[in-house]
Design a protein around this ligand. Structure first.
Ligand code: SAM
Length: 469
């Protein structure tokens, strides 16, 4: 019987959905982060839960030929990257296999998965940085949260964030030290600064300092320091957040310096970026993903496309360019406001209608109305990690929508929803089960993963489904 603190030596047989190595030892399955397939390792058992164990890698006795040296000094400590120790081509292979295996495990579907679409940059690809600031015995520290924790790991740079990251961190540290500005302490609820967020738009930076109060002392000195140290043009805001919650921004943004907003473009659609607007973190891959969504949706002049879970509406606007009409559905009002602004900036007001509300409430009604008008309907789904509400899936099936293009950042909920759409899964007594008589409702015409987040376990997947006639 295995117990906590036991040490075992064994060979890693596969990688799990979080990128961790898996060992089969006697009757146990042991998950060991940062171990790779084929490696002979020594691990220490940290937790035993029936026949599942969680272990810590202690020694690599025989390393994999796919192992590379991770350059980040806080890799394995900070929760950001899980795969920096794996050769990039093998990361892509792992992500493809992960999608395939998940479809098999969850939906009992044996699917063909395309090659993972990747970009030029394997590092420094993000254009959005978010840094918690904390008070420690050594003074104010800036860093990232450790995985599944509120502990901040201090950092000096981050290799998946842009080159300006180290300058931002060192400049703010200099400011906090020199002017004795305090950071917020979540336990005592004292202190001023909570977070630093930075977005890069067309070689300019939009910096927000999240503080518990509006009046930040020596703010002119901070602006001077940023001017001295940053080589890029920037704008600066203070956001006031005095809540006890984990939400990053409070309601009020105070503009201090530089432009109030910036204009960027994607695939010909212009969009404004302000301190609150949502921005995709990897623009290169996002362009490739959105182009593919439009291509697979094969929109025609008489198509009505419903973009469910539409966020800030960029994809809705792109879909509208190639169809008769596009309808966005999004729950967050600020995102819908952004989406409506985007229409005005791109002369698309007559082609797009954005609804604010839940897809499960609005989509069935919208589909019904559009069908009554005789429209040819394509549904694009891009839900959050938990996937689609069952009412959304049921409405698509009942209304026999010809084409569904599904974008997801979570292979497990994607597989579940695709299983329900195809008919491989069914709902019985409120449970999702494998269908006994599998009669194919939808055919999967493409599954394409996109490497939106290199060095991490995450994968964005696009699935195209067509109604079986
Ligand atoms: C993964 S994002 C997709 C955003 C957008 N399609 C894009 O490409 O930027 C999921 C979006 O769904 C929204 N959302 C979450 N639950 C929702 C619901 N029940 N109904 C409508 N929108 C929802 C979130 O606010 C978020 O904007």
């Amino acid at each position: 019987m295995l117990k906590k603190n036991d040490e075992i030596i064994n060979i890693v047989c596969s990688l799990g959905s979080n990128g961790e190595g898996i060992i089969k030892h006697e009757d146990y399955t042991i998950f060991v982060p940062y171990a790779l397939i084929g490696e002979k390792i020594k691990c220490k058992i940290l937790k035993v839960d029936k026949n599942i164990c969680y272990g810590k890698l202690i020694d690599i006795l025989e390393p994999s030929k796919d192992r590379v040296k991770a350059d980040c000094p806080v890799f394995t400590k900070c929760g950001g990257c899980q795969l920096q120790h794996l050769k990039y081509l093998s990361q892509l292979e792992y992500k493809k296999e992960n999608v395939k295996r998940t479809f098999n495990k969850i939906a009992n579907l044996n699917v063909e998965v395309n090659k993972v679409v990747c970009g030029e940059k394997q590092f420094r690809y993000r254009n959005k940085l978010q840094l918690p600031v904390i008070e420690t015995e050594k003074g104010v520290e800036i860093g990232f949260y450790a995985e599944k924790s509120h502990r901040v790991i201090p950092i000096e740079d981050c290799l998946i964030n842009p080159n300006w990251t180290s300058k931002i961190i060192s400049t703010f540290k200099k400011f906090f030290e020199k002017f004795k500005v305090s950071a917020y302490n979540q336990i005592t609820r004292k202190g001023l600064v909570r977070e630093i967020t930075v977005k890069e738009i067309n070689n300019s930076l939009l910096i927000v300092l999240v503080c518990t109060k509006e009046n930040v002392p020596f703010i002119e000195n901070l602006i001077d320091l940023l001017k001295e140290n940053l080589s890029l043009d920037f704008s600066f805001y203070i956001n006031v957040n005095n809540s006890q919650s984990n939400v990053i921004y409070g309601e009020r943004f105070i503009h201090i310096y530089g432009k109030t907003e910036y204009i960027d473009q994607m695939l010909g659609v212009k969009y404004l970026v302000g301190p609150q607007s949502f921005m995709q973190v990897n623009k290169e891959i996002c362009e490739k993903l959105y182009s593919k969504v439009c291509e697979l949706a094969s929109l025609k002049e008489n198509t009505t496309v419903i973009d469910a879970y539409s966020g800030a509406g960029l994809m809705t606007a792109l879909l509208a360019q190639k169809s008769k009409k596009a309808i966005g559905i999004e729950i967050v009002k600020e995102a819908v406001d952004c989406a409506n602004q985007l229409l005005a900036n791109n002369a698309l007001e007559n082609k797009v209608k954005n609804y604010c509300g839940k897809c499960e409430d609005l989509l069935p009604q919208i589909v019904k109305e559009e069908k009554e008008k005789g429209a040819e309907i394509v549904v694009v789904l891009d839900p959050p990690r938990k996937g689609c509400d069952i009412k959304v899936i049921q409405s698509i099936i009942e209304n026999q929508i010809d084409k569904v293009v599904y974008v997801s950042c979570m292979p497990s909920t994607l597989a579940r929803d695709v299983g329900l759409l195809t008919g491989a899964l069914e709902i019985k007594n409120n449970n999702i089960e494998r269908a006994i008589n599998f009669k194919e409702r939808y055919k999967i015409s493409a599954i394409i993963p996109f490497d939106m987040f290199p060095q991490t376990k995450h994968v964005e997947t696009l699935v195209c489904l067509e109604k079986v006639k």
